[in-house]
Design a protein around this ligand. Structure first.
Ligand SMILES: *Cc1c(COP(=O)(O)O)cnc(C)c1O
Length: 229
């Protein structure tokens, strides 16, 4: 039967196999349920199956859907954040994974300060070179974004996020994930005050490759909830 439970079981089996191939352990990889376009009852069903980490692309959709869910739900923004939505983001999500602009970071800092709240952030890096994708491409810009983040008291850098290119070419996908891992190593040695432990990479079509390349957090939508409407 095609139920959420069955799809989750299949994903868990595939995660287990991938961590074994990579000589890693299951607890090194978090599974995020990407619930964009899904309904509140679908989120509640996923919660009932033990899922706690959710990802949404749009701040307003997240705000509406997640209001009043149990406090152990962890909600991350994984879609582009516009500066004029920073206030709602500060109040709605526990982490922004898609940070790629200093101006957005400053707006987020200001609103988190007003709420007396500390927010985890990941920097989104464009590792595919595809212009349709968000994320920082320039090394200099990446360094100055990290420097800025380290100076903002209500934001805590936790890692990096990327999307692989949209292709069947496994080598190109792996290259993208390796670029993110190398950036992490580079930043960790250059900015010892920062915490770059999380590598958010891998989606429905490529999460096994991502796990083999060192992902600590995979973001799965369609494989879990079915095709998006
Ligand atoms: C939609 C989305 C996902 C999940 O995509 P699926 O292919 O449905 O698993 C993951 N990450 C980001 C940034 C997304 O926008």
């Amino acid at each position: 039967m095609d139920t959420l439970q069955n799809r989750l079981d299949i994903i868990e089996d595939r995660i287990d196999a991938a961590v074994r191939r990579a000589g890693r352990s299951r607890d090194e990889v978090k599974l995020m349920a990407v619930s964009k376009t899904r309904t509140r009852p679908e989120v509640e069903e996923a919660y009932g199956l033990g899922l706690r980490l959710f990802g949404e692309n749009r701040v307003l959709e997240a705000q509406e859907k997640f209001l009043g869910l149990p406090s152990d739900v962890e909600l991350h923004l994984i879609g582009h954040l516009q500066r004029n939505k920073a206030k709602i983001a500060a109040a709605t999500v526990g982490c922004v994974q898609s940070l790629d602009k200093i101006s957005t970071a400053r707006a987020l800092e200001q609103h988190c300060a007003a709420l007396d709240k500390t927010m985890a952030v990941y920097i989104e890096i464009n590792t595919s070179g595809e212009s349709s994708k968000e994320g920082i491409t320039d090394d200099q810009e990446l360094s100055s974004t990290v420097e800025e983040l380290l100076s903002l008291p209500h934001l805590r850098i936790r890692g990096l996020m990327t999307m692989a290119p949209f292709t069947d070419d496994e080598d190109a996908i792996r290259a993208s994930f390796r670029t993110l891992r190398r950036q992490r190593e580079h930043l960790a040695s250059r900015f010892p005050a920062g915490d770059f432990s999380e590598l958010s990479m891998g989606m429905s079509s490529d999460f096994e490759l991502a796990i083999e390349e060192g992902s600590t957090l995979i973001r799965v939508g369609t494989q879990l909830f079915g095709a998006r409407r």
